[in-house]
Design a protein around this ligand. Structure first.
Ligand code: KG4
Ligand code: ZN
Length: 336
């Protein structure tokens, strides 16, 4: 089974090829054409610019990915693409291209939830398919605690009631005058700062949910009171990051206990953050839980994770109709 997967949910055009009949499939190629530099000038992603660039870049990217894998388009057995969540006009580019390739070749099409891609990505190189576990998925748009019971069987135990963790990093980055995206910039600055310099709030709304908008406002008020905030960015970044990590880690351990599982996984763009990986690894060890983070190279948006989710679904007999539409607000779990 050889799958070609496309990912165009936001500002990265990505294509990947996975091959194999037993777990794990071999990742033959995974290419990303990033538009971050184009959007940086605007301080965030501009949807029309993103979709037009996907349309320009995707075709040559697919050709390069096939070349890198040493395959031709005729060797592909199934085509996959991200259905949502994401920017509508961006999603349409990759989704329509994968549907067109499936239509022309008569091969199966798989329409994949972007968050399911992130969720499953820690297991791409594992010997076995994802076992039942607790997943923390932290990206630019989502903060999810999911009890994974099997492929496609997900129970949501917690989510954010306002900003996502990555969104909070990006907004605080903008507030501190840092380039987009703020997450990696804040992590870099935080290394030289004092995490106890400012006592930012650790908001813990009902049950296992998250809230980051009060924290962002607390950073804003603190900077407004400083004579020259630019002299304190490292301490502000370190104190902000410590507050985000505290709640992410404590709620993840609580959710794992609630789910009664022995394993915790970590994925999504924010999982690039080494301080988060380290803090969660330590907390899991202290709680007697195994910890399985996504590899850093697959943490931010990529098509390998979309191909892997498609591969797991195909293996259990799932496929999508060519009349499947994109869904910019596609939830991972219908109800909590
Ligand atoms: O998963 P992703 O690539 O795209 C979405 O599906 O949203 O996540 C992007 C998010 C951005 O908010 C970015 O600031 C954040 O991940 N991010 C980080 C780091 N690297 C990326 N946040 C904190 N620390 C990082 N090192
Ligand atoms: Zn993502």
């Amino acid at each position: 089974m050889t799958i070609l997967a496309l990912e165009t949910s936001c500002d990265e055009s990505a294509a990947a090829i996975l091959q194999g009949d037993t777990h794990p499939p071999a990742l033959l190629a995974s290419l990303i054409s990033s538009q971050i530099d184009l959007h940086r000038a605007y301080g965030g992603v501009v949807p029309e610019l993103a979709s037009r660039n996907h349309a320009l870049r995707l075709h040559p990217l697919v050709a390069q990915t096939l070349d890198a894998a040493g395959l031709s388009i005729h060797d592909i057995d199934a085509f996959a693409a991200t259905r949502g969540p994401g920017l509508a006009s961006s999603l349409l580019v990759g989704h329509s291209m994968a549907k067109a390739l499936a239509l022309a070749s008569g091969k199966p099409f798989l329409s994949v939830n972007h968050m399911e891609g992130h969720l499953l990505s820690p297991f791409i190189e594992s010997d076995a398919a994802p076992p039942p576990h607790l997943a923390l998925v932290v990206s630019g748009g989502h903060t999810l605690l999911i009890h994974v019971e099997g492929t496609g069987q997900y129970k949501r135990l917690g989510t954010t009631i306002d900003d996502a963790a990555g969104e909070a990093f990006d907004k605080v980055g903008r507030l501190l005058g840092l380039p987009y995206p703020g997450g990696p910039e804040i992590e870099r600055l935080a290394k030289d700062g004092d995490p106890a310099a400012y006592a930012f709030p650790r908001s813990t709304p009902g049950d296992l949910d998250f809230s980051f908008s009060g924290l962002k406002t607390a950073v804003l008020y603190t900077t407004q009171k400083l004579d020259d905030p630019s002299q304190h960015t490292a301490d502000l970044a370190a104190s902000f990051q410590a507050a985000v990590l505290d709640v992410l880690v404590s709620r993840t351990i609580a959710a794992a206990r609630r789910a009664g599982v022995k394993l915790v996984s970590l994925s999504g763009g924010v999982s690039c953050n080494k301080a988060l990986r380290h803090a969660l690894a330590q907390a899991c060890a202290a709680a007697g839980l195994d910890f399985h983070p996504c590899s850093s190279s697959l943490s931010t948006d990529n098509a390998a994770m979309i191909g892997y989710a498609a591969w797991l679904h195909l293996r259990q007999g799932d496929s999508s109709s060519l009349s499947e539409d994109i869904d910019p607000n596609l939830p991972l779990v219908a109800t909590s």
